[in-house]
Design a binder for this molecule. Structure first.
Ligand SMILES: NC(=O)c1ccc[n+]([C@@H]2O[C@H](COP(=O)([O-])OP(=O)(O)OC[C@H]3O[C@@H](n4cnc5c(N)ncnc54)[C@H](OP(=O)(O)O)[C@@H]3O)[C@@H](O)[C@H]2O)c1
Length: 218
């Protein structure tokens, strides 16, 4: 598959690129082409240094990769995602769009700050053409752990979406990341529950002297 990672130059974009490049063609997308090309080179170098063969990681502008992609990952902070997608809307047709976006802010502690739609995923769905299949996942996965290829991520990933085929595709992509277990979380309307867990997990970690907490249902 062709996977475009918008904001792929950032913290969690790196982990997805490293993990999925073993089986898929990855485009690292950025608002600045030079930044994307550099990140793509760095990630390819990381895989090469570990003796891992990848299907190709290319750096490009946000605009270039979307039209050609099967899957577009939104790996951009909440504050920037809707303005960015409004500009990029003409490049979307019927791709699967994965939102891992968490609307939150820090006061004394981290707080969930959903938009009027109830979740970032529903606001993103409202912003993109109707033919795009928005799936919500990975909100509770630590960027640091995802980028560490030595680690098995013994966590659950709740996947929400209204298009069953798109949701299945994202669940299959999740299984390709060592030890992650995808769980069907129902429709996109359920996304707020899993988005709101992220600030809660960060506060739990701070209060209890822990780091990079994830979720596992037993
Ligand atoms: N970090 C985590 O552990 C984690 C875990 C789960 C979910 N998430 C979610 O994943 C998303 C990305 O998180 P992150 O920590 O990777 O973020 P980040 O490193 O702060 O930013 C990722 C990339 O987004 C682009 N960006 C930044 N501000 C932007 C703006 N105003 N408009 C458009 N693009 C902008 C930048 O790329 P360019 O400058 O190259 O365009 C940046 O490299 C967030 O929505 C977050 O809630 C993060």
């Amino acid at each position: 598959m062709k996977i475009a990672i918008l904001g792929g130059t950032g913290s969690i974009g790196e982990g997805f690129a490293l993990r999925w490049a073993l089986k898929h063609e990855i485009s690292i997308c950025s608002r600045e082409i030079e930044k994307a090309v550099k990140a793509a080179g760095d990630y390819s170098g990381t895989l090469l240094s570990k003796g891992l063969l990848c299907c190709g990681i290319t750096g490009c502008s946000n605009e270039t990769a979307i039209g050609d992609a099967d899957v577009v990952v939104l790996s951009v902070p909440y504050q920037g995602v809707v303005p960015l997608l409004k500009n990029l809307r003409p490049y979307f047709k019927d791709q699967i769009v994965i939102s891992l976006v968490v609307p939150m802010k820090k006061n004394k502690w981290f707080e969930f700050t959903p938009p009027k739609q109830g979740s970032a995923a529903l606001e993103i769905k409202d912003t993109l053409p109707e033919s795009v299949k928005v799936v919500s996942a990975y909100h509770n996965i630590s960027a640091k752990k995802l980028a560490n290829l030595e680690l098995s991520l013994d966590y659950d990933v709740v996947v929400c979406g209204d298009d069953e085929g798109a949701k299945r595709t994202v669940m299959e992509l999740t299984k390709e990341i060592k030890a992650l277990r995808p769980l069907d979380g129902g429709g996109l309307a359920s996304s707020y529950m899993i988005e709101s867990l992220t600030p809660f997990l960060i506060n739990l970690a701070i209060r209890n002297g822990l780091s990079n907490l994830g979720v596992k249902f037993v």
